[in-house]
Design a protein around this ligand. Structure first.
Ligand code: BJ8
Length: 449
């Protein structure tokens, strides 16, 4: 039996409030056990992700601190527009800082209007309550000027971070000028990374970063394809977890673990082993990113007898779609390749943004989904305002849409459950009542692997 490491001295050194941090970890551990460990017939490969989650503030932070001691810089960001490739090109460690927990909201509301989305309040809360070791270990925090909420919040947040803060200017249209703005922003980021790390980005170092992140994305593309099988070989919750861990883990180890999981999923598909039954109602989620530990809506959907087979989300297929072309003989030409790939991300802050609805419909068609659930955080204007447009486009493609606006609190769980159950019942009826949720009680999932 391995001895449990005491991480408290490390957390104290990072300046965490140990009492509040204990409260957060205890709540997280309990929620994880209730939602993830209670699932049946999970692939064995999920044990890696269970381990990562059990050590998310432990071993991974120790690895990051060891990397710092060895002279590497740690860069935190809140958005998939910040290229991990550039951080890797200065031999740095990249971490996602978006937070998905209702923690420190009262403190956050001392600085932010109440009508701010839960994601922004959450990272303020984590910072003010001193409970996020990722944030506290950052040498550089990059805040991108995307939605109004984030870009205005960063004006206050920049003085709260321990490391340096950099605002990344972002376009809001997919025009030639927009592309130039993004390229300028990435060139500024290169300058900042080189200055802080004391390293120069070369063709070789950037190419290595591009290849490492491409490998990670390819593994996620493979997972996205495999989870579409019927019966689904992995739950939507577990696939979401892999998408969330994407932002924290060592990239090479993560890629290897996802590919190993995919090998197992291929075997499951061959043997028709699922986490649920064939013809279970299939749902695609589209909308705001779900940062750890935001599992509220997916657990309601899968608890209601459906299976989630894809996410049109930045923590999902919007974030991982497309690769960067690994071809170029100057740093600038490789940065052009980065811009080409990142400029295809169809975040709702762009106007107009028709490709997002097209992508949502495409995912739904490819995954043979029976319905799309649009998820927007309350007070998130970009996604809330885009919701009716997306609903119209997806429904015109023949897939029904349910629109949900929510936050990180548990207050609306009962109401959400009722709405989701009604939507799933409606799907079942539209399928000719060929299946009923009750039938699943007596069916077979094909055994375990
Ligand atoms: S590329 S989705 S990660 S900005 S939920 S803070 S939009 S008010 S997170 Fe995002 Fe980058 Fe876009 Fe993706 Fe604002 Fe909405 Fe809050 Fe949001």
């Amino acid at each position: 039996m391995t001895e449990k490491i005491d991480y408290r001295p490390m957390w104290a050194e990072l300046g965490l409030d140990l009492k509040k941090h204990d409260a957060l970890l205890n709540a997280l551990g309990q929620t994880y056990a209730d939602i993830f460990l209670a699932q049946e017939n999970r692939p064995d490969g999920m044990s890696y992700f269970d381990f990562v989650m059990s050590e998310v503030h432990g071993l991974r932070i120790k690895e990051i601190m060891d990397a710092k001691t060895a002279g590497k810089i740690v860069v935190g960001s809140f958005c998939v527009f910040v290229p991990e490739e550039l951080v890797l090109a200065v031999d740095g460690v990249n971490v996602g800082l978006c937070a998905g927990a209702d923690f420190g909201t009262d403190q956050a509301e001392r600085y932010l209007p109440r009508n701010t989305c839960a994601l922004i309040k959450s990272f303020f809360g984590f910072s003010l309550e001193k409970v996020c070791p990722y944030l506290e270990s950052c040498d550089l925090v990059v805040g991108e000027n995307t939605c109004d909420g984030k870009k205005k919040a960063y004006e206050t947040f920049k003085d709260m971070v321990t490391g340096e803060f950099m605002a990344l200017d972002m376009p809001n249209t997919k025009s030639e000028e927009g592309r130039n703005i993004l390229k300028r922003a990435y060139l500024d980021l290169v300058d900042t990374l080189e200055r802080i790390s004391g390293k120069t980005i070369t063709v070789d170092s950037l190419m290595a970063g591009i290849e490492m992140v491409n490998a990670k994305r390819k593994a996620m593309h493979r997972l996205a394809r495999l989870r579409r099988a019927d019966p689904a070989p992995i739950s939507g919750l577990d696939a979401l977890l892999a998408n969330q861990v994407f932002f924290y883990d060592n990239p090479e180890r993560f890629t290897e673990s996802v590919n190993k999981l995919c090998d197992e999923l291929e075997q499951r598909i061959e043997k028709k082993i699922g986490v649920t039954y064939e013809k279970t109602p299939r749902i695609v989620i589209s909308g705001c990113p779900m940062a750890i530990p935001n599992w509220k809506l997916p657990s309601i959907i899968e608890g209601a007898g459906a299976v989630i087979v894809g996410e049109e989300s930045c923590i999902g297929e919007r974030g991982t779609q497309n690769l960067v072309e690994a071809d170029g003989d100057t740093v600038e030409s490789l940065i052009d390749n980065l811009v080409d790939r990142y400029f295809t991300i169809d975040c709702a802050v762009f106007t107009p943004n028709p490709t997002r609805a097209e992508h949502a419909l495409q995912i739904a068609m490819d995954a043979k989904a029976d319905g799309v659930i649009h998820y927007a955080l309350q007070f998130c204007s970009p996604y809330q305002m885009e919701a009716p447009l997306l609903q119209r486009a997806v429904e015109q493609g023949g897939v029904p849409v349910l629109r949900i606006d929510t936050d990180y609190s548990q207050e609306d769980v009962g109401q959400l459950r009722t709405r989701v159950e009604a939507f799933i019942e409606q799907i079942v009826e539209a399928l000719g009542g060929a299946i009923s949720l009750d039938d699943h009680e007596s069916g077979s999932k094909g055994g375990s692997s």
